[in-house]
Each structure stands twice: as structure tokens, then as C-alpha cells.
Write a protein that binds this ligand. Structure first.
Ligand code: RM4
Ligand code: MN
Ligand code: MN
Length: 398
């Protein structure tokens, strides 16, 4: 505890904190509900959702139990359907909205040397056409954004011209940006390595940001927390992007080694808190800030719906702790050059057990205070196992 007494602490009231948490919006990814795996093996889970409709049903259940996950991101073609308006209607019927549309331009033979950065203009055109198709889908389902991740890169020095690939990327991005309807945004994700091991065409936030700046204000950087070198100070990146007004959103997950896509907050809850602390300090946790809080995870060995519930709860806990930071004490300690006191303001908040507060919030919202216990009682797992076993699943695990 720092030197300030409880009376002097200038944290928001419990009601203000609850009010902020109630407004939180965490988007879950459709691909978390389907079968996924590593390059070694996809373990098929008999309860896994088989198509976009079932994925939306599962996402709706996560929202029903947590109250703060009202949208689901789609991945095309994993979630391809005959009638997208019908899919959006289905989402609305189960109390959900369709979130970001993620194109997939990395799973066809044509993309061996890249998609929009490929040396062959035919492949670039094919990839660009898919991006444009995703813009149309976004329009049909009322999605707020198209979310781009490029697997493009090279494996060997000299394999392709680094600058020429950037130029090709810029051309494709510009074509897509120009085709966006006025209310639709573009998110550009970066990733240090994999599948390209020598270069990635969008390896870091600097590259993403420079393309976004060239495109216009509706193109913003997406930070996937698993896409950095070990030891990277992600909260510094977040703070820098917030300062420039170019943080489009997050793909939350956690990693021990590479792009592990594990449950957010599982590997390093303190890092997640530090990121949320920057967000809360800038007021970017509020819906008006237009920062998208999305999960990007794959549950290869654990059950999928409870894993998403746990992940949503982990983001909520980190946010609640960030809201508890005594900002007045922090600012004073910083101004006084009191290093230990400033650090204590963060450590105190991080060390607070916010689970009772969140349980209370859920009760206020008419929810079960323990979403995982409520899930276990819901019978969903048993029902899904019985109904979905067999048949072929759409998605990564094909
Ligand atoms: C990538 C990236 C994308 C995700 C794919 C499946 O590493 O994180 O966001 O769509 O994986
Ligand atoms: Mn991602
Ligand atoms: Mn990833």
C-alpha cells in the first residue's frame, strides 16, 4: 500500500467502476468455437461448432453468461454462408451483432509466395478480389470493420524485393480502402514472424501505422498481443498509438513463445493489466473511443465455450484493476519524482482482488455471478456433444 490513506484515494467510486465495466464490449472470434489445431494435429472436439450459425449460437451463449460480449468476428471463407443477410438476422435473433470481418488469404496454393504482395499480378488480383468480397460481406452483415492480417512474407534473403512488396501492399490496401462504405473501418494487423521467417510484409506497428497514415483516418492499427518479440513492451506501443489516435483495436490472447493464441491473461496477467492501464488512462475503454476489444484465440486442447468465457472474464478483471488505479496519487507521485510511490499506485491496483466486484456487477446486470458455473449447469456442453458429433466442420480444421 502507498502512503495515502483510503480517504485520500481518488479512485472512481464502485458505482463508476461498475458503470464503466457494464459498458465494456469484448468481441469473441468465430474461429474460437470451431475446430482448430497446430500444424501437427487438429484434435476434433465433438462439441465444436460446425458452421457460422453454430459459432454464432456459441458466441451468443458467451454473451448471455458474461453480459459484455455482444459481437462475434467472422473469418471468411471459414464462415462462408449462402445468405449473409440471413446470418446477420440469425445473430440478431440470438442477441448478437456481427463484428469484424477477417479475410483469409493464406490457405490456398496460389498464396505460396504471398497474397497481395505476391510477385504475380494474377495472384495479387485474386487476393484483392477476396478482400473486396469481404468488404461486401461487411456491408451485408452490418459489420463495423474489415480486419486485415497478411501472411505475406519471405523465407530467404533475396527471395523477393522488399520495397516492391511494400508498394504492392500499398496498392491493394488503397483499392480496398477506397471501396469501404463510409461507416466501415479498416484494421491492419502486424506480426513479427510466421509464416514468413526472413521477412513479413507487415511485421510491426511502424509498418502498419505508415500504411494506415497513407490511407486515411478510417485505417487503424490492430495490436495482436501475441505478435511481438519476447520482452516487447506492448503497453508502450499501445500508449504511442493512443497518443496518435491510431489504435484501432486489439486481438487479445496470450503467448509463452510465439503466436500461441492461448487464453488472454493466462501467461502474463500483469502485462494485460499494464495494457489496460494505458487504455483506461486514455479513456479508451469507453465505447465512444472506438477501440475494438477482440479476442483472437484458438482452443486446441480445452473446451471452447468455457475458454471464451474465462477469457472475457480475464479481460474484465484486468480492466477493473486498471479502473482501480488511484490516478491522482499516480500523477502526484510522478510529478514529485517519487518512483516507488508511482509504481505502488499500479501494483496496489493490480494486487486487488476484483472478483467480488465483478460478481456483484453481474448480479446487478441480472446475470449469474459465476459465469463458468452457470455454463456448467446450462447443459450446453452435453447437448452440443450429442448434436454436433460427426459431420464435417467448416474452418481451420478441414
Ligand atoms: C493470424 C492472425 C489473424 C488470425 C489468423 C488465424 O496469426 O492473428 O488475426 O486471423 O492468425
Ligand atoms: Mn490476430
Ligand atoms: Mn495471430
Amino acid at each position: 500500500m502507498g502512503a495515502t490513506t483510503t480517504e485520500e484515494r481518488l479512485v472512481p467510486s464502485t458505482n463508476e467502476i461498475k458503470q464503466a465495466l457494464r459498458q465494456q464490449w469484448i468481441e469473441t472470434p468465430s474461429w474460437a468455437y470451431g475446430n482448430t489445431g497446430t500444424r501437427f494435429k487438429v484434435f476434433r472436439n465433438p462439441a465444436a461448432a460446425r458452421d457460422a450459425y453454430e459459432k454464432i449460437d456459441d458466441a451468443a451463449l458467451v454473451h448471455q453468461l458474461t453480459g459484455v460480449a455482444p459481437s462475434v468476428a467472422l473469418h471468411i471463407p471459414w464462415d462462408r454462408v449462402a445468405d449473409y443477410s440471413d446470418l446477420a438476422k440469425h445473430a440478431a435473433n440470438v442477441g448478437l451483432r456481427i463484428g469484424a470481418i477477417n479475410p483469409n488469404i493464406f490457405q490456398e496454393d496460389d498464396y505460396r509466395l504471398g497474397s497481395v504482395c505476391h510477385p504475380d499480378p494474377r495472384v495479387r488480383q485474386k487476393a484483392t478480389d477476396h478482400l473486396l468480397e469481404c468488404v461486401e460481406i461487411a456491408t451485408l452483415v452490418g459489420s463495423p470493420a474489415i480486419s486485415l492480417w497478411f501472411a505475406d512474407g519471405t523465407n530467404y534473403p533475396g527471395q523477393d524485393d522488399i520495397r516492391a512488396r511494400q508498394d504492392r501492399l500499398a496498392v491493394a490496401l488503397n483499392t480496398v480502402y477506397t471501396a469501404l462504405p463510409p461507416d466501415t473501418g479498416m484494421l491492419l494487423e502486424y506480426k513479427l514472424f510466421e509464416p514468413g521467417f526472413y521477412t513479413m510484409d507487415v511485421p510491426d506497428w511502424g509498418t502498419s501505422l505508415s500504411h494506415c497514415l497513407a490511407l486515411g483516418e478510417r485505417a487503424n492499427v490492430l495490436v495482436d498481443t501475441g505478435h511481438h518479440a519476447p520482452g516487447t513492451n506492448i503497453e508502450f506501443i499501445v500508449a504511442s498509438l493512443l497518443r496518435l489516435g491510431r489504435l484501432g483495436g486489439f486481438h487479445f490472447n496470450s503467448r509463452f513463445y510465439a503466436d500461441d493464441d492461448l487464453l488472454v491473461g493466462a501467461a502474463d496477467p500483469y502485462q494485460l493489466f499494464r495494457i489496460l492501464n494505458e487504455i483506461v488512462a486514455a479513456g479508451a475503454h469507453l465505447p465512444g473511443a472506438s477501440v475494438a476489444f477482440m479476442l483472437d484465440q484458438c482452443h486446441n486442447v480445452e473446451d471452447k465455450v468455457p475458454a471464451e468465457i474465462r477469457s472475457v472474464m480475464n479481460v474484465q478483471e484486468a480492466t477493473a484493476k486498471a479502473l482501480l488505479v488511484d490516478r491522482a496519487a499516480l500523477v502526484k507521485a510522478q510529478a514529485d519524482g517519487d518512483v516507488l510511490e508511482a509504481n505502488a499506485a499500479l501494483v496496489d491496483a493490480f494486487s486487488t482482488d476484483v472478483r467480488p466486484l465483478l460478481a456483484e456487477l453481474r448480479e446487478d446486470m441480472g446475470l449469474d455471478p459465476d459465469p463458468l458455473a452457470a455454463y456448467a449447469r446450462s447443459g450446453h456442453a452435453e447437448r452440443a456433444r450429442a448434436e454436433r458429433a460427426g459431420g464435417s466442420a467448416q474452418g481451420w480444421g478441414n
